[in-house]
Each structure stands twice: as C-alpha cells, then as structure tokens.
Ligand binder design. Structure first.
Ligand code: AMP
Ligand code: ZN
Ligand code: FE
Ligand code: FE
Length: 285
C-alpha cells in the first residue's frame, strides 16, 4: 500500500516550493495522497488540488494552526474542515493579524542586537500572506548577518532567544472547538517541541487536549526519537486518539527532510487519514 504524507508546507507559508511543485514532487516520490498543511492558511490548496487533478494524485485539505503555549507556541494540524466556515475564517484572520503585530517587534529586537533587516526585505522572502520567523531568518542571511538561516535561529530567533516574541494566538481549546464546529478534527503537531519537563507532564497535556476534543497526536515526526514516539503512541492509545504522522517537509529551508519519508523513518498509511475523517464524520473533533 502506498504511503501518504499528512504534514507538508508550500511557499504560501514557510516552505520553499509552490503548491503545484510540491504536488509534482509528491507524485515523483510515489505518494498515494498529500495533505497541504501550511501555517495558518489554506491558500495553497486550490493550486495543489488543480495540480493533483492533472497528475492524478489525491490532495487533502489541511492546515497547521498556531495556538498559544507558555513560552512558545502549540501547532495544531487540522483536517476535514470546511474552510469557508465563518468562525474558522475569522480565526485565521486573527492569527495572521497577530503575526503582523509580532513581526515588527521581532525586527525591533534585531535592530537593538545590531543585525537590522527591514519588513520589506522580510516580505520579499515570503510567497504568501503568512510571514514568520523563517522569512526573517532568510532576510538575515541575505543581508549577510549569518551564513545560513539555521544560525539566525540559534543566535536570535529560536523560542526564548534574544529576538523571540511569542505569537499572538488563541488557546488550544478554542482552536480545537472552532475546527470541530467547522466539521474537522485536530492533531497536536510534534508534541516533543512543547518541551514538557516530564513524561507525566506530557500525559497531563494530552489528557487535557483530549478532553477539549483533540482528534490525534503526531507520533511519527522527524524531530521525535523512537522512545519519544513510543511515549506519544502510548498516550494516543490511552485517550482513544489517532496516532498520526508526517514529514513536515519544507523544501530547501529544511534540506535534510524529504517529502513522505521525512528523516527516512516516516511511512504513514492511508488508513490514518481515514481514521481522522471518521472522527469528523462522528462530529467528535
Ligand atoms: P513562526 O510561526 O513565525 O513562529 O515560525 C515557526 C517556524 O520556524 C517553524 O514552523 C519552523 O519551521 C521554524 N523554526 C522554529 N524554530 C526553529 C529552529 N530552532 N531552527 C530552525 N527553524 C525553526
Ligand atoms: Zn514551518
Ligand atoms: Fe510545526
Ligand atoms: Fe509544520
């Protein structure tokens, strides 16, 4: 059975490929289906779906929504929703507005650190309306402040770093409810990146999210080691959640990650997507 990929980015957020090129690559690597999950936007879906029709590849509507989490952000993947639903549209507008307030604050901090870039330079790195830290990192590289984007994160932009500003967003339970009311379901992305201090703390977090109506946990993600995947698989099973996965492909901005297989260990069956859709159909979120 051919695998699918439930987590991939285009240049409508911080991936490097435009949607049609991502779909062509998905066809090339032999995927059965591809979910386009840009940060805080679904604007890449139409181009991807069009390319999918001509290349005979199923394109799944998805998104990776930025929610609040102390000291960083929580990423919630969503599937099976109606992207025209009013509250859903309003939520994305609010998150993007939050980014428009946050980005200049990050640039102010970079000026104070002696490594200035302008908003125009940052915008020039973006292929859509969702602008974030990877675009700022790319602009810092273009200015010659750093040899590569990764160094810009390490020195200044990483969570808690000297130029970090937390994203303005909604609480996870609010995002989960809005997605559920739009007929969809949510999956907590790469939970390891939430940096809980213990196994018990991860357990408490997943329990809370499950009570809020979460549909799945992203178990197979390139950033998670086998023992971490084991923990998240166990927590998903404990709470009746779908154990999901995906490559989190970004193209050239994360050159070691391949579409479909991620770090070489990812292989997600179509049944995982069906299990997520079954939750939507049951209205369970
Ligand atoms: P933003 O949504 O603007 O906060 O940017 C988040 C994105 O930045 C993530 O989805 C990653 O693609 C990227 N990112 C976050 N932390 C790092 C890091 N330490 N190194 C490289 N990329 C990172
Ligand atoms: Zn990203
Ligand atoms: Fe993410
Ligand atoms: Fe992602």
């Amino acid at each position: 059975m051919l695998p699918i990929d439930l987590h991939a980015h285009t240049n409508r957020s911080d991936g490097s490929l435009r949607p049609a090129a991502l779909v062509a690559l998905a066809r090339e690597v032999g995927l059965r289906a591809l979910a386009v999950t840009d940060h805080d936007t679904t604007s890449g879906f139409d181009e991807a779906a069009e390319a999918g029709r001509s290349l005979r590849l199923e394109i799944l509507l998805g998104i990776e929504i930025t929610a609040r989490h102390p000291g960083r952000a929580m990423h919630l993947l969503a599937y099976g929703f109606d992207r025209r639903e009013k509250a859903f549209v309003a939520m994305l507008e609010e998150i993007v507005r939050g980014r428009e307030l946050r980005n200049p604050r990050i640039l102010d901090k970079l000026v104070a650190l002696g490594v200035p870039v302008t908003m125009a330079e940052v915008r020039a790195e973006a292929g859509g309306d969702v602008i974030g830290r990877p675009h700022i990192a790319a602009a810092l590289k273009k200015r010659g402040h750093v040899p590569d984007a990764k160094t810009a994160f390490t020195l200044w932009l990483k969570d808690g770093g000297p130029a970090f500003v937390a994203a303005e967003s909604l609480e996870p339970h609010e995002v989960i409810a809005i997605v559920r009311d739009a007929g969809g379901t949510t999956v907590v992305a790469h939970p390891k990146q939430l940096r809980c201090e213990s196994t018990i703390a991860y357990g408490a977090l997943v329990r809370k999210l499950a009570a809020d109506g979460l549909g799945g946990v992203e178990v197979d993600h390139p950033s998670q080691k086998p023992e971490e995947r084991g923990l998240f698989r166990r927590l998903a099973a404990e709470h009746g959640l779908v154990a999901s996965g995906g490559s989190d492909f970004h193209g050239s901005s994360k050159p070691d990650i391949r579409l479909g297989t991620g770090d070489g260990t990812i292989s997600v069956p179509y049944e995982t997507y069906e299990a997520l859709l079954a939750r939507c159909a049951a209205g369970r979120g």
